[in-house]
Ligand binder design. Structure first.
Ligand code: NAD
Length: 298
């Protein structure tokens, strides 16, 4: 049986580690928040007491951390790579900057380890239900080795290319999502001003060329899609600060590469403003309220 070290047992990492336990793996875990570690222990995760002790005893180390700073910090400054056995596979599932993902990969390889970036889509609900989608970057052999573990935590894993390709796929996908949610929200607010009912616009656009996930699964107005966050006062779902973070990563990558992503950059600004204000604890589809407010002011 393989031993999995899981570091970062928060909203996503906690249920992901629990699903690995349910699938029959031996899982060791660590988090700097004692309550989260205790909850993971309740779910069957063993706690060796530190991140380095976790890595030292593992065949595969999975990280699910807030940002690149924590990933690179743990790998290097906190001694994770130095503590692990040579050849250990490091799988980072956090959403981080593409450049940071490549730096983490290079640091792992320089330390005699193997690495994969494997960020996820599907949110906390997907983490709990083991229905996440993984987007992986790294070697084919590393992906093949990680696949059974990813299958225990998700329903789909796509090998997107070499190191950083998983992160690249994640931020490109979320740039589409962020922009399309703004487009759908602007259309509903324009429709309101023209006397068009939400249901009528939904019935047309959901079966016409305006169809997209932001409309048909995460509809920003209550009614047409009963399960969407708009029906529960915009409780997430996918929280606006996380969308702001992902679009910030996309904006940085676009600037670094000299790519003209005009709508992506504008969407990043709009979500950053929304997340810093009324959207701090809301689903990202709550941006429709900011658009409506701005329209009434204008
Ligand atoms: P979270 O803040 O709930 O979890 C991160 C955990 O890492 C925390 O529990 C924190 O204590 C721990 N941590 C930080 N530094 C550490 C260290 N040095 N050693 C050990 N533990 C440490 O965040 P989350 O919502 O679980 O998200 C994790 C990652 O997944 C992020 O990169 C996020 O962008 C991405 N993501 C989140 C969602 C979502 O819906 N929450 C969806 C897709 C992707």
């Amino acid at each position: 049986m393989r031993t999995i070290g899981f570091i970062g047992l928060g909203h996503m990492g906690g249920p992901m580690a629990a699903n690995l336990v349910k699938a029959g793996h031996r899982v060791l875990g660590h988090d700097i928040v004692p309550e989260l570690l205790a909850a993971a222990v309740d779910a069957g995760v063993a706690a060796p007491g530190s991140a380095t002790a976790t890595a030292a005893a593992a065949d595969v180390v999975i990280t699910m951390l807030p940002a690149g700073r924590q990933v690179l910090g743990l790998y290097a400054d906190e001694g994770l790579l130095a503590a692990a056995r040579p050849g250990t596979l490091f799988v980072d599932c956090s959403t981080i900057d593409v450049a940071d993902a490549r730096a983490a990969h290079a640091a792992a390889v320089a330390a005699g380890m193997r690495a994969l970036d494997a960020p996820v889509s599907g949110g906390v609900v997907g983490a709990e239900a083991a229905t996440l989608t993984f987007m992986a970057g790294g070697g084919a052999a590393e992906f093949a080795e990680a696949e059974p573990l990813l299958a225990a935590m998700g329903k789909k894993a796509v090998h997107c290319g070499g190191e950083g390709a998983g992160q690249a796929a994640k931020i490109c996908n979320n740039m589409i999502l962020g922009i399309s949610m703004i487009a759908v929200s602007e259309a509903f607010v324009l429709g309101e001003s023209l006397g068009l009912s939400h249901q009528a616009l939904f019935d047309v656009a959901s079966t016409a060329s305006g169809q997209c996930w932001a409309l048909t699964s995460n509809c920003p107005v209550p009614g047409p899609v009963p399960g969407s966050p708009a029906n529960r006062d915009y409780r997430p779902g996918f929280a606006a600060p996380l969308m702001a973070k992902d679009l910030g990563l996309a904006a940085r990558a676009a600037r670094a590469g000299g790519v003209h992503t005009e709508l992506g950059l504008r969407a990043a600004e709009l979500y950053a403003d929304f997340a810093a204000d009324s959207g701090a604890t809301e689903d990202f589809s709550g941006i429709i309220r900011a658009i409506r407010d701005a329209s009434q002011k204008g």
